[in-house]
Write a protein that binds this ligand. Structure first.
Ligand SMILES: [Zn+2]
Length: 263
């Protein structure tokens, strides 16, 4: 029997799924991915994620938030709209939110402002946070520390950092989301050891589809588009790195995700 999995990071509202969204979901279900959390990264994509989740609330949750890339487009006048979206029953977490100083699509001041706003709104709404961080660890942790005790939970989504960053996150009582980045023999090599340091009750799995197609899929898919049906491959890789049985790891990560996102 296939282990039941939860993909905690799926950009299902992305336009690369416009042609065949139902098929993408059907093939994920057939692969054992029974629950999916649809990422919101702007007000518009949050609305789309909620609408998709509403069609099958037993299978889906949405996140409601503004990705740091889009922070410059988010103004004080938009706060009430995000506050309201966070309260939708389909929303399992606030985000994705955080800091991205790798691409720097938004000025740092905007990113920090919008991150703080979302941590406040998450606190108000009693939602955990779905967190994104790249090349901004120190500033990110400093801001998060101020709010952490008020938040019901947080997950560092698509963790790709080093050991000291991982230890900072665990000390902040965060959960850790692992994507197919770990399958990348060049960029993901360090994760193969680090993933052993994550307690089983803090670990969750995600594809971040359509991004981050695992590089070692066999046979290689025709398209570069990642899909939630590849999550069992991430599970198998993480289980092998941890020296664990895949079914046991599936059970643990699924339990963590269902409880975190309020399924
Ligand atoms: Zn992200």
């Amino acid at each position: 029997m296939l282990p039941a999995l939860v993909d905690i990071g799926l950009n299902l509202a992305h336009d690369s799924f416009d042609r065949d969204r139902d098929h993408v979901v059907a093939t994920a279900l057939a692969a054992g991915v029974q629950h999916m959390v649809i990422t919101g990264s702007t007000l518009a994509s949050t609305r789309a994620a909620i609408e998709l989740a509403r069609a099958a609330p037993q299978r889906f949750r949405a996140t409601a938030g503004i990705h740091p890339h889009h922070a410059h487009e988010f103004h004080d006048a938009d706060v009430p709209a995000l506050r309201e979206l966070l309260l939708a029953p389909e929303v399992g977490a606030a985000g994705e939110c955080g800091l991205d100083w790798f691409r720097n699509f938004s000025p740092h001041a905007d990113q920090e402002r919008v991150f703080r706003t979302q941590l406040e709104l998450a606190t108000e709404a009693g939602r955990p946070v779905f967190l994104h961080q790249r090349d901004a660890h120190d500033a990110f942790v400093a801001i998060l520390r101020e709010y952490r005790s008020h938040l019901p939970g947080g997950v560092a989504h698509c963790f790709t950092g080093n050991e000291s960053e991982l230890r900072d996150y665990l000390a902040l009582d965060l959960s850790i989301g692992i994507t197919g980045w770990i399958c990348d023999e060049r960029r993901g090599h360090h994760l193969r050891e680090l993933v052993r340091l994550i307690p089983a009750d803090r670990l969750m799995l995600e594809t971040d589809a359509p991004y981050l197609l695992p590089r070692d899929l066999q046979p290689k898919p025709q398209s570069r588009r990642n899909e939630p049906r590849f999550l069992p491959h991430v599970l198998a890789t993480v289980a092998a790195c941890r020296g664990e049985n895949a079914a046991d790891l599936a059970a643990a990560t699924t339990r963590n995700a269902l409880s975190f996102f309020g399924f």
